[in-house]
Design a protein around this ligand. Structure first.
Ligand code: NIG
Ligand code: FE
Length: 383
Protein backbone atom coordinates (compact mmCIF):
# COMPACT_ATOMS: atom_id res chain seq x y z
CA UNK A 1 0.00 0.00 0.00
CA UNK A 2 1.36 3.45 -0.84
CA UNK A 3 2.48 5.77 1.95
CA UNK A 4 1.79 9.50 2.42
CA UNK A 5 3.96 11.94 4.34
CA UNK A 6 1.79 14.63 5.95
CA UNK A 7 3.68 17.84 6.76
CA UNK A 8 2.76 21.42 7.61
CA UNK A 9 1.43 20.34 11.02
CA UNK A 10 2.02 23.28 13.36
CA UNK A 11 0.72 21.31 16.33
CA UNK A 12 0.18 17.56 16.48
CA UNK A 13 -1.97 16.36 19.40
CA UNK A 14 -1.10 12.67 19.80
CA UNK A 15 -2.80 11.73 23.12
CA UNK A 16 0.06 9.23 23.32
CA UNK A 17 0.96 8.83 26.99
CA UNK A 18 4.49 7.86 26.04
CA UNK A 19 5.03 11.45 24.95
CA UNK A 20 5.42 14.40 27.27
CA UNK A 21 2.57 16.54 28.54
CA UNK A 22 -1.13 15.98 28.94
CA UNK A 23 -1.81 15.68 25.21
CA UNK A 24 1.61 14.48 23.99
CA UNK A 25 1.94 17.45 21.64
CA UNK A 26 4.61 17.56 18.92
CA UNK A 27 5.23 20.96 17.29
CA UNK A 28 6.22 21.27 13.61
CA UNK A 29 5.35 17.63 13.21
CA UNK A 30 4.93 15.12 10.42
CA UNK A 31 3.02 11.84 10.17
CA UNK A 32 3.36 9.00 7.67
CA UNK A 33 0.21 6.97 6.96
CA UNK A 34 -0.46 4.08 4.61
CA UNK A 35 -4.19 4.64 4.29
CA UNK A 36 -5.08 2.25 7.10
CA UNK A 37 -2.39 2.69 9.71
CA UNK A 38 -0.03 5.29 11.09
CA UNK A 39 3.53 4.30 10.14
CA UNK A 40 5.63 7.15 11.57
CA UNK A 41 5.11 10.14 13.92
CA UNK A 42 7.64 12.82 14.88
CA UNK A 43 9.31 16.13 14.16
CA UNK A 44 9.07 17.17 10.50
CA UNK A 45 12.82 17.74 10.37
CA UNK A 46 13.37 14.01 10.94
CA UNK A 47 10.60 12.70 8.71
CA UNK A 48 11.34 9.77 6.40
CA UNK A 49 10.45 9.75 2.71
CA UNK A 50 7.11 8.44 1.46
CA UNK A 51 5.43 7.73 -1.88
CA UNK A 52 3.30 10.87 -1.68
CA UNK A 53 3.34 14.17 0.22
CA UNK A 54 0.61 16.36 1.61
CA UNK A 55 1.32 19.78 3.13
CA UNK A 56 -1.32 21.13 5.54
CA UNK A 57 0.17 24.62 5.64
CA UNK A 58 0.49 25.10 9.41
CA UNK A 59 -2.64 23.52 10.88
CA UNK A 60 -3.36 21.52 14.02
CA UNK A 61 -3.89 17.76 13.69
CA UNK A 62 -5.53 15.57 16.34
CA UNK A 63 -6.69 11.97 16.64
CA UNK A 64 -10.07 11.81 14.90
CA UNK A 65 -12.84 12.23 17.47
CA UNK A 66 -14.38 9.02 18.82
CA UNK A 67 -18.12 9.41 19.35
CA UNK A 68 -18.64 6.59 21.83
CA UNK A 69 -22.38 7.17 22.43
CA UNK A 70 -24.90 7.70 19.62
CA UNK A 71 -28.43 6.60 18.78
CA UNK A 72 -28.16 7.09 15.01
CA UNK A 73 -30.78 4.49 13.96
CA UNK A 74 -33.97 6.52 14.00
CA UNK A 75 -36.53 8.09 11.72
CA UNK A 76 -39.13 10.80 12.37
CA UNK A 77 -39.11 14.29 13.82
CA UNK A 78 -39.41 15.53 17.41
CA UNK A 79 -38.61 19.18 16.92
CA UNK A 80 -41.98 20.14 18.44
CA UNK A 81 -41.06 18.26 21.63
CA UNK A 82 -37.79 20.21 21.82
CA UNK A 83 -39.62 23.48 21.27
CA UNK A 84 -42.13 22.69 24.03
CA UNK A 85 -39.23 21.87 26.35
CA UNK A 86 -37.66 25.24 25.75
CA UNK A 87 -40.85 26.82 27.06
CA UNK A 88 -40.96 24.67 30.19
CA UNK A 89 -42.06 21.08 29.43
CA UNK A 90 -39.80 18.60 31.27
CA UNK A 91 -38.05 15.68 29.53
CA UNK A 92 -39.19 12.25 30.76
CA UNK A 93 -38.34 9.80 27.96
CA UNK A 94 -41.98 9.51 26.82
CA UNK A 95 -41.10 10.82 23.34
CA UNK A 96 -39.02 7.72 22.64
CA UNK A 97 -42.30 6.01 21.63
CA UNK A 98 -42.75 8.64 18.87
CA UNK A 99 -39.34 7.80 17.40
CA UNK A 100 -40.06 4.09 17.83
CA UNK A 101 -43.21 4.32 15.68
CA UNK A 102 -41.39 6.28 12.95
CA UNK A 103 -38.40 3.94 13.01
CA UNK A 104 -40.55 0.80 12.75
CA UNK A 105 -42.31 2.42 9.81
CA UNK A 106 -39.12 3.25 7.88
CA UNK A 107 -37.67 0.91 5.27
CA UNK A 108 -34.14 -0.50 5.60
CA UNK A 109 -33.06 1.81 2.79
CA UNK A 110 -34.52 4.86 4.51
CA UNK A 111 -32.71 4.01 7.75
CA UNK A 112 -29.41 3.44 5.89
CA UNK A 113 -29.71 6.75 4.17
CA UNK A 114 -30.52 8.61 7.44
CA UNK A 115 -27.54 7.02 9.21
CA UNK A 116 -25.25 7.69 6.25
CA UNK A 117 -26.21 11.38 6.18
CA UNK A 118 -25.62 11.74 9.94
CA UNK A 119 -22.21 10.09 9.62
CA UNK A 120 -21.26 12.42 6.77
CA UNK A 121 -22.06 15.38 9.03
CA UNK A 122 -19.92 13.83 11.77
CA UNK A 123 -16.91 13.25 9.51
CA UNK A 124 -17.22 16.84 8.32
CA UNK A 125 -16.72 17.86 11.97
CA UNK A 126 -13.72 15.62 12.71
CA UNK A 127 -15.34 12.43 14.01
CA UNK A 128 -13.77 9.27 12.58
CA UNK A 129 -15.17 6.46 14.81
CA UNK A 130 -18.62 5.94 16.26
CA UNK A 131 -20.63 3.65 18.44
CA UNK A 132 -24.27 3.14 17.38
CA UNK A 133 -27.11 1.91 19.62
CA UNK A 134 -30.42 0.33 18.77
CA UNK A 135 -33.34 1.29 21.01
CA UNK A 136 -36.04 2.63 18.69
CA UNK A 137 -37.22 -0.79 17.54
CA UNK A 138 -38.28 -2.17 20.93
CA UNK A 139 -39.50 -5.52 19.66
CA UNK A 140 -37.56 -8.55 18.50
CA UNK A 141 -37.87 -7.86 14.78
CA UNK A 142 -37.06 -4.16 14.86
CA UNK A 143 -34.26 -4.25 17.45
CA UNK A 144 -32.51 -6.97 15.43
CA UNK A 145 -33.06 -5.00 12.22
CA UNK A 146 -31.69 -1.79 13.76
CA UNK A 147 -28.53 -3.57 14.86
CA UNK A 148 -28.08 -5.41 11.57
CA UNK A 149 -28.18 -2.06 9.77
CA UNK A 150 -25.99 -0.32 12.38
CA UNK A 151 -23.39 -3.06 11.92
CA UNK A 152 -23.02 -2.02 8.28
CA UNK A 153 -21.57 1.27 9.60
CA UNK A 154 -19.49 0.24 12.64
CA UNK A 155 -18.24 -2.68 14.74
CA UNK A 156 -19.21 -0.73 17.86
CA UNK A 157 -22.88 -1.68 17.98
CA UNK A 158 -24.93 -1.65 21.18
CA UNK A 159 -28.15 -3.53 21.90
CA UNK A 160 -30.51 -1.16 23.76
CA UNK A 161 -33.76 -3.14 23.85
CA UNK A 162 -34.03 -1.87 27.45
CA UNK A 163 -34.33 1.75 26.31
CA UNK A 164 -37.95 2.10 27.49
CA UNK A 165 -40.93 -0.22 27.89
CA UNK A 166 -42.80 0.29 24.58
CA UNK A 167 -46.46 1.40 24.73
CA UNK A 168 -47.86 -2.04 23.79
CA UNK A 169 -46.03 -3.66 26.75
CA UNK A 170 -46.81 -1.16 29.50
CA UNK A 171 -49.47 -3.37 31.10
CA UNK A 172 -46.82 -5.99 31.85
CA UNK A 173 -43.33 -4.57 32.42
CA UNK A 174 -42.01 -7.87 33.76
CA UNK A 175 -42.92 -9.63 30.53
CA UNK A 176 -41.03 -6.97 28.54
CA UNK A 177 -37.91 -7.38 30.70
CA UNK A 178 -38.17 -11.17 30.14
CA UNK A 179 -38.41 -10.58 26.40
CA UNK A 180 -35.37 -8.27 26.33
CA UNK A 181 -33.25 -10.64 28.44
CA UNK A 182 -34.49 -13.68 26.47
CA UNK A 183 -35.70 -13.82 22.88
CA UNK A 184 -34.72 -10.26 21.93
CA UNK A 185 -31.17 -10.68 23.26
CA UNK A 186 -30.91 -13.99 21.41
CA UNK A 187 -31.86 -12.29 18.12
CA UNK A 188 -29.69 -9.21 18.70
CA UNK A 189 -26.49 -10.61 20.22
CA UNK A 190 -25.05 -11.74 16.86
CA UNK A 191 -25.13 -8.11 15.65
CA UNK A 192 -23.93 -6.43 18.86
CA UNK A 193 -20.68 -5.93 20.76
CA UNK A 194 -22.33 -4.18 23.72
CA UNK A 195 -25.54 -4.18 25.74
CA UNK A 196 -26.92 -1.03 27.37
CA UNK A 197 -29.85 -0.22 29.68
CA UNK A 198 -31.62 3.06 30.47
CA UNK A 199 -31.53 2.69 34.27
CA UNK A 200 -33.78 5.34 35.81
CA UNK A 201 -35.84 4.11 38.77
CA UNK A 202 -38.14 7.12 39.02
CA UNK A 203 -39.21 7.20 35.38
CA UNK A 204 -42.44 5.67 34.09
CA UNK A 205 -40.69 4.45 30.98
CA UNK A 206 -37.14 3.33 31.84
CA UNK A 207 -35.82 0.55 34.07
CA UNK A 208 -35.21 0.07 37.79
CA UNK A 209 -31.89 -1.08 39.22
CA UNK A 210 -33.13 -4.67 39.52
CA UNK A 211 -34.59 -4.75 36.01
CA UNK A 212 -31.35 -3.27 34.67
CA UNK A 213 -29.23 -5.82 36.52
CA UNK A 214 -31.27 -8.65 35.03
CA UNK A 215 -30.80 -7.40 31.45
CA UNK A 216 -27.10 -6.61 31.88
CA UNK A 217 -26.32 -9.99 33.44
CA UNK A 218 -28.13 -11.76 30.60
CA UNK A 219 -26.10 -9.74 28.09
CA UNK A 220 -22.82 -10.50 29.85
CA UNK A 221 -23.70 -14.22 29.82
CA UNK A 222 -24.03 -13.91 26.02
CA UNK A 223 -20.56 -12.34 25.81
CA UNK A 224 -21.63 -8.73 25.34
CA UNK A 225 -19.72 -5.89 27.02
CA UNK A 226 -21.73 -3.65 29.35
CA UNK A 227 -22.70 0.02 29.09
CA UNK A 228 -25.30 1.84 31.18
CA UNK A 229 -27.38 5.01 30.80
CA UNK A 230 -27.15 5.99 34.47
CA UNK A 231 -28.33 8.85 36.70
CA UNK A 232 -29.55 10.98 33.78
CA UNK A 233 -32.90 12.19 35.11
CA UNK A 234 -32.26 11.93 38.84
CA UNK A 235 -30.17 10.20 41.47
CA UNK A 236 -30.32 6.39 41.28
CA UNK A 237 -28.50 3.08 41.29
CA UNK A 238 -27.23 3.18 37.66
CA UNK A 239 -23.71 4.39 38.32
CA UNK A 240 -23.00 2.00 41.19
CA UNK A 241 -24.57 -0.90 39.31
CA UNK A 242 -22.33 -0.20 36.31
CA UNK A 243 -19.27 -0.19 38.56
CA UNK A 244 -20.35 -3.34 40.39
CA UNK A 245 -20.89 -5.26 37.14
CA UNK A 246 -17.61 -4.00 35.63
CA UNK A 247 -19.28 -2.06 32.80
CA UNK A 248 -16.93 -0.47 30.28
CA UNK A 249 -18.81 2.81 30.59
CA UNK A 250 -21.54 4.55 32.56
CA UNK A 251 -23.04 7.36 30.52
CA UNK A 252 -24.78 10.65 31.37
CA UNK A 253 -23.85 10.79 35.12
CA UNK A 254 -25.92 13.95 35.46
CA UNK A 255 -27.02 13.39 39.07
CA UNK A 256 -24.06 12.07 41.05
CA UNK A 257 -23.65 11.73 44.81
CA UNK A 258 -20.19 11.90 46.36
CA UNK A 259 -20.37 8.11 46.73
CA UNK A 260 -21.08 7.75 43.01
CA UNK A 261 -18.06 9.91 42.16
CA UNK A 262 -15.88 7.86 44.47
CA UNK A 263 -17.18 4.55 43.13
CA UNK A 264 -16.40 5.45 39.49
CA UNK A 265 -13.03 6.92 40.40
CA UNK A 266 -12.05 3.70 42.17
CA UNK A 267 -13.05 1.51 39.20
CA UNK A 268 -12.10 0.76 35.59
CA UNK A 269 -15.51 1.99 34.41
CA UNK A 270 -15.26 5.11 32.26
CA UNK A 271 -17.66 7.96 33.08
CA UNK A 272 -19.03 9.27 29.78
CA UNK A 273 -20.51 12.74 30.01
CA UNK A 274 -22.84 14.05 27.29
CA UNK A 275 -23.26 17.78 27.87
CA UNK A 276 -25.19 18.28 24.62
CA UNK A 277 -28.04 16.59 26.50
CA UNK A 278 -28.01 19.07 29.37
CA UNK A 279 -27.85 21.87 26.81
CA UNK A 280 -30.90 20.52 24.95
CA UNK A 281 -32.94 19.55 28.02
CA UNK A 282 -32.00 22.49 30.28
CA UNK A 283 -30.74 20.17 33.00
CA UNK A 284 -27.76 20.86 35.27
CA UNK A 285 -24.42 19.83 33.78
CA UNK A 286 -22.70 16.71 35.21
CA UNK A 287 -19.93 17.00 37.81
CA UNK A 288 -17.22 16.19 35.28
CA UNK A 289 -14.71 18.44 37.06
CA UNK A 290 -15.21 16.46 40.30
CA UNK A 291 -14.94 13.15 38.43
CA UNK A 292 -11.60 14.13 36.91
CA UNK A 293 -10.30 15.55 40.20
CA UNK A 294 -11.25 12.30 41.95
CA UNK A 295 -9.24 10.32 39.38
CA UNK A 296 -12.02 8.90 37.19
CA UNK A 297 -11.47 8.34 33.48
CA UNK A 298 -13.88 10.68 31.70
CA UNK A 299 -15.09 10.42 28.09
CA UNK A 300 -17.06 13.00 26.13
CA UNK A 301 -19.54 12.00 23.43
CA UNK A 302 -22.51 13.49 21.58
CA UNK A 303 -25.43 11.14 22.46
CA UNK A 304 -26.86 12.18 19.09
CA UNK A 305 -30.54 11.19 19.30
CA UNK A 306 -33.89 12.73 18.34
CA UNK A 307 -35.05 13.41 21.91
CA UNK A 308 -32.41 14.81 24.23
CA UNK A 309 -29.70 16.00 21.83
CA UNK A 310 -30.10 16.16 18.08
CA UNK A 311 -26.54 17.33 17.60
CA UNK A 312 -23.70 15.12 16.42
CA UNK A 313 -21.00 17.76 16.80
CA UNK A 314 -18.03 16.83 18.98
CA UNK A 315 -16.51 20.34 18.66
CA UNK A 316 -19.77 21.69 20.14
CA UNK A 317 -19.55 19.18 22.99
CA UNK A 318 -15.90 20.12 23.65
CA UNK A 319 -16.89 23.79 23.88
CA UNK A 320 -19.69 22.92 26.35
CA UNK A 321 -17.32 20.82 28.46
CA UNK A 322 -14.93 23.73 28.77
CA UNK A 323 -17.50 26.48 29.26
CA UNK A 324 -20.08 24.66 31.36
CA UNK A 325 -18.20 21.87 33.17
CA UNK A 326 -14.86 23.64 33.66
CA UNK A 327 -12.70 21.09 31.92
CA UNK A 328 -9.54 22.54 30.48
CA UNK A 329 -9.44 22.48 26.66
CA UNK A 330 -6.78 19.75 26.96
CA UNK A 331 -8.97 17.62 29.25
CA UNK A 332 -11.94 18.02 26.91
CA UNK A 333 -9.95 17.04 23.81
CA UNK A 334 -8.46 14.03 25.63
CA UNK A 335 -11.95 12.95 26.77
CA UNK A 336 -13.34 13.15 23.19
CA UNK A 337 -10.49 11.07 21.76
CA UNK A 338 -8.49 8.85 24.11
CA UNK A 339 -11.15 8.82 26.86
CA UNK A 340 -13.91 7.82 24.44
CA UNK A 341 -11.66 5.14 22.92
CA UNK A 342 -11.04 3.75 26.41
CA UNK A 343 -14.78 3.57 27.00
CA UNK A 344 -14.95 1.30 23.93
CA UNK A 345 -11.88 -0.60 25.16
CA UNK A 346 -9.99 0.31 21.99
CA UNK A 347 -6.28 1.13 21.86
CA UNK A 348 -6.09 1.63 18.08
CA UNK A 349 -8.23 4.80 17.89
CA UNK A 350 -8.24 8.15 19.69
CA UNK A 351 -4.44 8.25 19.59
CA UNK A 352 -1.76 9.19 17.05
CA UNK A 353 1.03 6.65 17.31
CA UNK A 354 2.66 4.01 15.14
CA UNK A 355 0.26 1.11 14.55
CA UNK A 356 -2.91 3.06 15.39
CA UNK A 357 -5.55 3.55 12.73
CA UNK A 358 -4.84 6.40 10.35
CA UNK A 359 -7.88 8.33 11.64
CA UNK A 360 -6.99 11.99 11.95
CA UNK A 361 -8.84 15.27 12.42
CA UNK A 362 -7.46 18.52 11.05
CA UNK A 363 -8.32 22.03 12.22
CA UNK A 364 -8.38 25.11 10.10
CA UNK A 365 -6.46 26.68 13.01
CA UNK A 366 -2.97 26.44 14.48
CA UNK A 367 -3.96 24.89 17.83
CA UNK A 368 -6.53 22.59 19.45
CA UNK A 369 -7.34 25.53 21.77
CA UNK A 370 -9.45 26.95 18.95
CA UNK A 371 -12.00 24.15 19.33
CA UNK A 372 -13.42 25.59 22.56
CA UNK A 373 -12.46 29.17 21.71
CA UNK A 374 -14.50 29.35 18.49
CA UNK A 375 -17.77 27.48 19.14
CA UNK A 376 -20.00 27.03 16.12
CA UNK A 377 -17.21 27.80 13.64
CA UNK A 378 -16.64 24.83 11.30
CA UNK A 379 -12.86 24.51 11.78
CA UNK A 380 -12.65 20.73 12.33
CA UNK A 381 -12.91 17.98 9.74
CA UNK A 382 -11.75 14.41 9.24
CA UNK A 383 -8.49 14.34 7.28
O1 NIG B 1 -29.45 9.09 25.85
N1 NIG B 1 -31.79 8.36 27.94
C1 NIG B 1 -32.19 7.66 27.08
N2 NIG B 1 -32.01 7.75 25.78
C2 NIG B 1 -31.63 8.92 25.06
C3 NIG B 1 -32.79 9.77 24.72
C4 NIG B 1 -33.71 9.10 23.80
C5 NIG B 1 -34.86 9.90 23.29
O2 NIG B 1 -35.45 10.74 23.99
O3 NIG B 1 -35.21 9.64 22.12
C6 NIG B 1 -30.53 9.66 25.79
O4 NIG B 1 -30.72 10.75 26.32
FE1 FE C 1 -28.06 7.88 25.05
Amino acid sequence: MSTTLITGIAELVTCDDEREGELGIVHDAAVVVDGEQIRWVGAAAQAPDADERRDLGGRAVLPGFVDSHTHLVFAGDRSAEFTARMTGEPYDGGGIAVSMAATRGASDEELRSLIGARLEQMRAQGTTSWEIKSGYGLNVEHEARSLRIAKEFTDETTFLGAHVVPPEAREDRAAYVDLVAGEMLEACAPHAKWIDVFCEPNSTYAFTGEESRRVLEAGAAKGLGLRVHGNQLGPGPGVQLAVELGAASVDHCTFLSDDDVEAVAGSDTVATVLPGVEFSTRMPYPRARDLIDAGATVALASDCNPGTCYSNSIPFVIALAVREMRLTPAEAVWAATRGAAKSLQRSDIGVVRVGARADLAVLDAPSYLHLAYRPGVPIASAL
